[in-house]
Design a protein around this ligand. Structure first.
Ligand code: AMP
Length: 436
């Protein structure tokens, strides 16, 4: 399915293209039509499924459709309540991205910081407000925020909201906003307490559910190879030479890492291409086309670039690096084994990645079998110990000054120069399409 088929207006379609989204995620496919027709929604979905866009896109569309009728100062017409500052910021950024070609204004408020700049933005007039509960109630009670024109109300991460003790704040907010409204309610889990809360908020809702992430791993054959980081590329070539699968998707954590593998494979006469955020839309589409028509055998992708790419019948994925967010692993391997096909996923794990592997095994409740028979077994069995900072004496200081050049920006290991995708890896996710 394409975004066009969801009857999304052009300015938003254009923004989605600019974001590099190629197709809607399962929650988006299901939720967007329901929200656009004005129905309340009960969504059971976790972060990482694309649920923010699932509500942000139709909210932007609904509000912009009514914009012409509005006269005078802007009034807050949509409010999104979310439990944490990080989520609030991410949601606000999503509204900025998807709404960049629309004349709607939005703002985000959260506690723990001065209210001054938040208040200025609100006073200037906004259509959409993203808020954590405490700061919202605070600004409402100061008379700075008025919620009497709310048409759309979103409660995000409701289960976390209750866990964090926000139930009374949520109830207070519900007493202030108009009863005549459209409400959207999202939660990763739906225990009775959450269903009870949902029933007080929603009116004849339609329910949309995406399968919990950890369950997808069961049908995929998984293996892990312990290997030193510096020999991973040799191991990759060994596997590619020994495996009969035509198309293999290799995940790397960084854009730079993806490019390095392509260069190495081409020296070994293995046809590969990389797709990542630094590649133009054209280059990405070409790589994907060549991968699909089997001109190239190996596609190397970062998690962010791999999102939304539609590759069917993929039999094999390789995790060249173990992701530090366990759900990312499940999203990656979810690209295989679709529609009952038997997928295979193998992971290269160096000594520093062992804790990530443990987290993954905990999430999926599976002990991933270790392949011991291979030509590049790990030699380095002790994790490197972080050096204690030592106060430099004069001699050392002079040596350090001489070395400064070496440590400056162009150095490969300089983390401040690490590609953006690497730095943001903790926050960002991908998913495995049909697994939902
Ligand atoms: P969320 O579940 O809302 O936290 O979204 C997770 C990530 O997926 C965010 O970084 C979004 O930018 C990204 N995303 C959302 N929808 C799509 C899509 N259709 N295609 C590609 N990426 C998406």
């Amino acid at each position: 399915m394409l975004f066009e088929q969801l009857e999304i207006i052009d300015p938003i379609l254009k923004a989605l293209k600019e974001e590099g989204y190629e197709k809607p995620t399962p929650i988006q496919q299901k939720a967007i039509p329901i929200i656009l027709k004005g129905t309340d929604l009960l969504g059971c979905a976790q972060t990482g499924t694309g649920k923010t866009a699932a509500f942000a896109i139709p909210i932007l569309q609904l509000l912009s459709a009514k914009k012409e009728q509005e006269k005078g100062a802007r009034k807050i017409r949509a409010i999104i309540i979310t439990p944490t500052r990080e989520l609030a910021i991410q949601i606000d950024e999503s509204f900025a991205s998807y709404g960049r070609n629309l004349p709607l204004k939005h703002a985000v408020i959260f506690g723990g910081v001065s209210q001054a700049s938040q208040v200025n933005q609100i006073r200037a007039g906004i259509d959409i407000l993203v808020a954590t509960p405490g700061r919202l109630i605070d600004l409402v009670s100061q008379g700075i925020i008025k919620l009497s024109h709310i048409e759309l109300f979103v409660l995000d991460e409701a289960d976390r909201m209750l866990d964090m003790g926000f139930i009374h704040d949520v109830q207070k907010i519900l007493r202030i906003i108009p009863t005549e409204r459209q409400s959207l309610f999202f939660s990763a889990t739906m225990p009775p307490s959450i269903m009870q809360l949902a029933s007080t908020i929603l009116n004849n809702p339609e329910k949309v559910e995406v399968t919990p992430i950890s369950s997808t791993a069961e049908k995929i054959q998984q293996e892990v190879f312990f290997c030193d980081a510096k020999l991973k590329r040799e191991l990759l070539v060994h596997i590619l030479e020994n495996d009969k699968n035509d198309s293999i998707l290799v995940f790397t954590r960084t854009k730079h890492g993806a490019d390095k593998i392509v260069t190495y494979l081409s020296k070994k006469e293995i046809k590969a291409a990389a797709i990542h955020g630094n590649k133009s839309q054209n280059a990405r589409q070409n790589a994907l086309k060549n991968f699909k028509n089997k001109t190239i055998r190996v596609l190397i992708a970062t998690d962010i670039a791999a999102r939304g790419i539609d590759i069917d019948e993929l039999a094999f994925v390789i995790n060249y690096e173990i992701p530090n967010v366990p759900e990312t692993y499940v999203h990656r391997i979810g690209r295989t084994g679709r529609a009952g096909a038997s997928g295979k996923a193998i992971s290269f794990c160096d000594i520093e990645e062992r804790p990530y592997l443990k987290d993954i095994e905990k999430l999926i409740s599976i002990k991933i079998p270790v392949v011991t028979e291979h030509p590049y077994p790990a030699q380095n069995l002790v994790p490197p110990v972080a050096e204690k900072p030592v106060k430099p004496n004069k001699k050392k200081k002079a040596a350090m000054a001489a070395n400064k050049q070496q440590n400056s920006p162009n150095r490969k290991n300089n983390t401040s120069q690490a590609p953006k995708e690497e730095r943001s890896n903790k926050k960002k996710w991908s998913w495995g399409g049909d697994r939902k």
